[in-house]
Design a protein around this ligand. Structure first.
Ligand SMILES: [Fe+2]
Length: 287
């Protein structure tokens, strides 16, 4: 993943926001959104958590073309009090947390080129809006994201941002959820990726294990390829409750005394939904 810029670009406001400049999108830009949308919309109803599909619907994200953030924010504001604001790229941690704590989701405004259809380094408007915004229409998830921002500001003071980043990674970006007898997708990194939307649910390669906050915060993650482990939550209410009730300062201290876990490691206390073969990861390293 690319590192955030450390110096604020000249065109950005103090909080790093920029105008979306919706009129500047070309017909090709809008066509790229439509192409990505159609591909995901065809396969996700079976795979995504119901609340994500409901969010797409209630926010009218199926409308053709890149969404206008002002219009999108109007709808979102009425539902959960969130807004979507444009930023020039990855922003410094503190700026990111400040926005979340104030119920503002920062989104890239550019869209990938056809050559970047399946992989790009910095999040574009499709990842940020299609992947992240639908669940912001769900009250418990909306509250979780705000609580995460507040937790980030506290973690910054405790030197624990790297630990907390794992929570974002394994829930907001790459989380799975139990729905009845099935596992479903809710992480934006998965939902905005055609390949990982299949891999995360169907492939025998990755581990799928029950969410455990402390265990998760000991676990390294992959930034260069599909995850080797996915954590499964029971519900958004449960995720919110567990993180809001947790006193993170003593947890960070405890974690300092425990070893980190590798991206594919299983430990005795894990609740295992699927013990991964890791065949995919091995095939990539040639080991
Ligand atoms: Fe993301």
């Amino acid at each position: 993943m690319a590192q955030p810029a450390t110096e604020r670009p000249a065109q950005a406001a103090e909080d790093w926001t920029i105008p979306q400049d919706w009129e500047a999108y070309t017909p090709q830009d809008h066509a790229m959104w439509d192409r990505l949308f159609a591909r995901q919309a065809a396969m996700l109803p079976e795979r995504a958590v119901k609340e994500f599909m409901d969010g797409l619907d209630v926010l009218r994200l199926s409308k053709s073309g890149i969404p206008d953030f002002a219009e999108l924010s109007d709808r979102l504001m009425k539902l959960t009090g969130w807004q979507v604001v444009a930023v020039p790229g990855l922003v410094p941690d503190r700026i990111f947390f400040e926005h979340l704590a104030n119920r503002r989701f920062v989104a890239g405004r550019f869209i990938r080129t056809p050559e970047q259809l399946d992989y790009l380094q910095e999040p574009d408007v499709f990842h940020d809006v299609f992947g992240h915004v639908p669940l912001l229409a769900h009250p418990a998830f909306a509250d979780y994201m705000q609580a995460y921002g507040e937790g980030g500001l506290r973690a910054d003071g405790l030197g624990a941002i790297d630990r907390l980043a794992r929570l974002y990674w394994y829930t907001v970006e790459f989380g799975l959820i139990r729905q009845g007898q099935d596992l479903k997708l809710y992480g934006a990194g998965i939902l905005s990726s055609y390949g990982e939307s299949v891999f995360a649910l169907d492939d025998p390669s990755p581990n799928r294990i029950g969410f455990n906050l402390k265990r998760l915060m000991r676990t390294h993650y992959r930034i260069d390829d599909y995850q080797q482990t996915y954590f499964v939550i029971d519900s958004f209410d449960d995720l919110l409750r567990q993180t809001v009730e947790m006193d993170f300062a003593p947890l960070y201290e405890e974690l300092q005394r425990e070893s980190d876990l590798g991206t594919a490691e299983i430990i005795p206390q894990d609740i295992i939904f699927n013990r991964g073969t890791q065949a995919y990861a091995r095939s990539k390293t040639g080991a």
